[in-house]
Write a protein that binds this ligand. Sequence first.
Ligand SMILES: N[C@@H](CCC(=O)N[C@@H](CS)C(=O)NCC(=O)O)C(=O)O
Length: 200
Amino acid sequence: QREHRTEEFRKVNVLMKVPALKDGSFTLAESVAILLYLAQKFKTPDHWYPSDLQKRARVDEYLSWQHSNIRMKGSKLFLCKVKPLCLTNQVLRTFATEELNTALKQFEEKFLQDKPFIAGSEISLADLVAVVELMQPVCAGYDLFEERPKLKEWRRRVEEAVGKQLFQEAHEGIMNIKSLTADQTQPWWEPCQVLGTPGH
Ligand SMILES: N[C@@H](CCC(=O)N[C@@H](CS)C(=O)NCC(=O)O)C(=O)O
């Protein structure tokens, strides 16, 4: 489990974070950079990272925004739900939920609007990055799709586009998070590493 903290892994990613990519002698860190590299290297169907300037800009826009919004707030709440240290702290949990709700509102209003997918009528890398982040709090017990019909429909479309089985497989690990003991979750996460004080 702690493979990412070994000297061997450090040769691939000196930041010692997952994911990391090694392609021959070329190494790359950062999930978004890795996705863009793979899409371009394997010339995936155009809709994943559209060649159309403005559609691509929509994907880039979401990928740039998500780091400090959906990604940060989603993992904050996720950790709040699974870290024993934070489980007892109702204030932290409420604050983290409110922060995520604000980001979700912005996601719906600014990025999804009334389109089937973030870049328009077809699924792109932006939807993939969004859905995996939103599944984190869901798997930790906050079903954020329940009271958000627009988001729920979008998730259904993403699942269909990806394939239900693949979607399921991709989330298997995280779906079991609640059944892992504190001992098993501990090595993965430094104590409340993303839990800053309110406002940070
Ligand atoms: N910005 C990086 C974040 C990488 C990151 O924080 N990875 C986490 C898992 S999602 C990790 O490796 N945590 C283990 C650790 O810090 O020891 C990315 O998008 O790839």
